[in-house]
Ligand binder design. Sequence first.
Ligand code: PLP
Length: 477
Amino acid sequence: MLKKIEQLRQASTGLEPSAAERGDMLRQTAVYAETFLNELAELNAFVPEDGHSNRLVQPFSEDPGRFSELLKLLADAVDHEGINAASGGQMGYIPGGGMYPSALGDFLADVFNRYAGVAFASPGAVRMEQQLVRWMADIVGYPDSSGGDLTSGGSIANLTAIVTAREIMEVRARDVENSCVYITADTHHCVVKSLRAAGLAECNIRRVPMDKKFRMNAPALEQLILDDKAAGLRPWLVTASAGTTDTGAVDPLEQIAELAEQHDIWMHVDAAYGGFFLLCDEGRQVLRGLDRAHSVVLDPHKGLFLPYGSGAVLVRDVTWLARAQSFEADYMQDARTSGGEYSPAELSLELTRPFRGLRFWLPLKLFGLAPFRTALAEKIWLARYFYAQLDKTPGWEMGPFPDLSVVTFRYLPRHGDADILNQRLVEAVRMDGKVFISSTQINGKFVLRLAVLHFRTHLEQVNYVLALLKHKALELG
Ligand SMILES: *Cc1c(COP(=O)(O)O)cnc(C)c1O
């Protein structure tokens, strides 16, 4: 038996590269990353699919590959087509970020592979995550009793909040058909997915009408609540948006909070896109009332420029989250929290999870908060500038003046179908590739949208997209 074990060990030594091999891989990785970053300003924000990813469709071999060859395959099959999410020209879907220190944080977190689920396993990793949650709760204006959890993104954070609301509001399976939930047509689809995943799809899901600026209409919400109560139903959850994906609109949070308090309804705010604008004065004014929500979702991989994989859920009372996620498991007996502080695993749907704190903590500590505040204010002013420039150009129909940093607009040709023209316009921008914008449907019309949020988006990119749109509109119209 010992001989067998020794043989198996010898045959698997390939899993542990030598110091020299590690150094070599690290150098090649650094060269690959540096080449990309040094060329980034010249690279397109979008490259149409050209079939190179098919090279990945090949069986895994029993034999080792060469690191340099694998990097070449990565460059060719992954890192060259599609949306370049690291580019400041990405102004289409709500942009992500990709701050460099976060990449180093992920690297170190993965090398050490600290388990950040329970304080017993890594007091430091857990303390770091708790500090980040505390910081976000403070920005929101939550009291000391609040808490939260770092998630993989906004969708899972919304799901966590909705499950928590369901548990604390005691909506049982038998109550679902008599229970009412209030959202708008512009509520992010992940909220609807979350309701379904939480067994709440058969609630009466009311789409509250919106005002001209695509914000939830508070008087209409009140009327719906009153009607539902009169019909013997139970209003229990309202999900407001602090920055919708479509238009960037912020629902009237103060008014919604009043109604939620008055009628004993859980107020959840999806601030995945807009929440971090609290860091600048321009945003803070728009987001007044966010602190009155029972739960809030933020997406550091959007508004704080982290790479994909960082969302957050916050609740005004941390015990709500703990109650919703409470569990019993004998094999966890050594890892139980003592002293009243919760470990992430006690507040999360996850048990084993990556150490998400380091990618988040490192840029905040290294850069300080000041440049985050100014960069976010810059995004708001860039969106206002874009709006003003296009608004004064004949032929363009503008959506509402932006609450935050999303602008909707379309070109009205003198003859012909505006929907078709705008469809061709967004395609023309994509074919150019230097910048990327997206489209949506608003009141049944095909509308273009610009979302400014990337930390690398500055006046150059906005001027470029303005010039390109004007030029292409004339050409096509
Ligand atoms: C992006 C977004 C989500 C979903 O978050 P993910 O991080 O993509 O899972 C939810 N709501 C809003 C308003 C968003 O912008």
